[in-house]
Write a protein that binds this ligand. Sequence first.
Ligand SMILES: Nc1ncnc2c1ncn2[C@@H]1O[C@H](COP(=O)(O)OP(=O)(O)OP(=O)(O)O)[C@@H](O)[C@H]1O
Length: 316
Amino acid sequence: MIQATGLTRTFTVGGRTVEAVRGVDFEVRPGEIIGFLGPNGAGKTTTLRILTTMLKPTSGRATVVGVDVDADPAGVRRRIGYVAQAGGTDGNCRVAEELILQARLYGIGKQDAERRAADLCERLDLTGLADRPIRTLSGGQRRRTDIALGLVHEPPLVFLDEPSVGLDPQSRSDLWTHIRRLRDEHGTTVFLTTHYLDEADSLCDRILVMNHGRVIAEGTPDALKRRISGDVISLTLGGDADHAKAVLAECPGLDEIAVSGQTVRLTARGGEQALVWLMRTADQAGLDLRSVNIARPTLDDVFLALTGSSLNENHS
Ligand SMILES: Nc1ncnc2c1ncn2[C@@H]1O[C@H](COP(=O)(O)OP(=O)(O)OP(=O)(O)O)[C@@H](O)[C@H]1O
């Protein structure tokens, strides 16, 4: 469905070259829900803009739904849906009206457009709202309308840019149900960017992690979590966490060690054993230890181990 090979994109700003994307290779198979994760400035939006033909790559190649983005951008655009973060809807227009209008803009006949609008309203739970002006909808209803609008031309692949940003937890899980249904009942492939690790974990079949312009890891959420073997130990300190990191790194049995705010996070195969060493070392070095926690790895721990910083912290 998507094949990216050696994609790069550089920008020149005030005589300085920014390498936003530095050689990205990945594949997306039909019917997958793919999560594209990475800290701010990792190159996600630039990659997304290349795949949706809004930007040309500096080098490399990408085919989307079997069409080369460089050779036939219009052909790619006909075959994909793209739902931007801000949406592109006219707030005064009514839901069904807007869907029909968009379908007509794709050259779809009137009756067919009406049928598709009704079908999309049903699929995205908008039937009771079809006559409401878009500006009167709640955040979740509006996001569902944006997604319906991205699907009027029945694309096999839809790109969603941060689909659940700004939604309350209930609307988010509701949206996830709708996104899963698109895939399960209609075979739609979904490529989404997100900063929410719980979203990536529960919704996505596979995750691509991008950092500094490269895809640094990919796999199912479970496979990524398995990459972090052992337990995650978090030590919160009163003093300089970087100094504490340097001291604690001397302990045996540790795999990864990173600092996140006032907390030093470590992974160790035998968590309890390592903890004894850590506490003893902290005590001997006079570190101001405030609290200790041992846990199984989460996707955020994976992210921290891969990129050296927490995605949640990075995004806040
Ligand atoms: N039009 C542009 N001109 C100059 N630099 C750009 C341009 N677009 C992106 N960049 C730079 O390229 C790098 C990657 O940016 P990009 O927006 O792709 O990252 P991102 O992963 O989407 O980040 P975020 O999560 O903050 O949206 C950044 O250093 C950014 O400043």
